[in-house]
Design a protein around this ligand. Structure first.
Ligand code: NDP
Length: 318
């Protein structure tokens, strides 16, 4: 049997192209998507062999859906060699917070809570013996890493989890931000991505040595033309790709971003745990991936441990 990987949000953008790149490498991909018809259509458009994919329904914003997905996956009796936490929502124009079925602000609920719960539910599959070291790969982003220029941009505000006051307070209405402060939808996305990077490191600290699982994150480059920006202002959607292509030179195609995800999942060169992989902000054709240091906000071990505990409580995994 081929190696098996679950890719969340495989119906579009980076996740879809990662699916293609992994199938091209001989992997079988479980496409974990909220719209299965869309996932099947998207795969067909890229000529992905239907025998190499299994679309399986998940709504990462809903904890009951994540639990159902884990049960459905277990019933398939497929081995699991890797999990890619890729799905995300970015809703920068919301005036008031949208809420998940459990009552949590939707971008943190989807991007952070959903993946935290999913990773925990699938951990037994990643711990079971396999032919290769198993990997849990999470999509990070430069805008949530204040170590890099892209993470310092104050529009609407840099990622900042503060003292986790919003989570400490239970994270339900009226609370909408992890730091407990005023609702800023674009910042909620950045905060959720910072959580993704912190939790990957915390998984590494807690589980790498005794399980051998490789936990890492990556920034594939600025894929400025994906559907991630569908809810951003129309003018931004026109200017942003042009700006990234011509001014910052940070632009990366969806196909190249997908290939980079596949490399981090499958290649020996990426068999190191606790690493944030980057190809840099300014794209240079000859540059290899390197280990990008994370900000002090991401490396604060005490806060990482507290973020883990609070999240575990809010998703019922204590
Ligand atoms: P897309 O919007 O193209 O893809 C996001 C995927 O997530 C879609 O398949 C979407 O499903 C899925 N999704 C959203 N909400 C849910 C949900 N509740 N349940 C299940 N699936 C869901 O964005 P990208 O490909 O650009 O983003 C992929 C990842 O890459 C994200 O984690 C993002 O943070 C990261 N990233 C992106 C960068 C970029 O420049 N684009 C840069 C750095 C990181 P559907 O098709 O149904 O909408």
């Amino acid at each position: 049997t081929p190696p098996h990987v679950i890719v969340t949000g495989a119906s579009s953008g980076v996740g879809l192209h990662a699916t293609k790149a992994l199938v091209d490498r001989g992997w079988h991909v479980v496409m974990a998507c909220r719209d299965l018809a869309k996932a099947a259509r998207a795969a067909a458009n890229l000529d992905i062999n239907p025998a190499s994919i299994t679309p399986l329904e998940i709504d990462l914003g809903s904890q009951s859906s994540v639990r159902r997905f884990a049960a459905d996956f277990a019933a398939l009796v497929k081995p699991l060699d890797a999990l890619v936490c890729n799905a995300a929502v970015y809703l920068p124009l919301l005036k008031t917070p949208a809420r998940s079925p459990e009552g949590f602000e939707i971008s943190v609920a989807t991007n952070h809570f959903g993946h935290f719960l999913l990773s925990h539910l699938l951990l037994p599959h990643l711990q079971s013996p396999g032919r290769r070291a198993k990997r849990l790969v999470t999509l990070g982003t430069v805008t949530a890493n204040s170590e890099e220029f892209g993470g310092k941009i104050p529009i609407p505000a840099p990622a900042n989890l503060g003292a986790l006051a919003g989570l400490e307070a239970g994270f339900r209405a009226p609370v909408a931000m992890i730091d407990g402060k005023k609702f800023k939808p674009g910042k909620a996305y950045k905060d959720s991505k910072l959580c993704n990077m912190i939790i990957s490191r915390e998984f590494h600290r807690r589980y790498h040595q005794n399980t051998g699982i490789i936990f890492n994150t990556l920034y594939p480059g600025c894929v400025a033309d994906t559907a991630l920006f569908r809810d951003a202002p129309k003018l931004f959607q026109t200017i942003f790709p042009w700006f990234q292509k011509t001014i910052t030179k940070g632009y990366v195609s969806q196909a190249l971003a997908g290939t980079r995800v596949a490399q981090v999942v499958a290649d020996d060169a990426f068999a190191q745990s606790g690493v944030h992989w980057s190809w840099g902000n300014r794209q240079l054709p000859s540059r290899d991936a390197f280990s990008q240091p994370l900000s002090s906000a991401a490396n604060d071990a005490a806060r990482a441990a507290r973020l883990w505990e609070l999240t575990a409580e809010l998703v019922g995994r204590t």
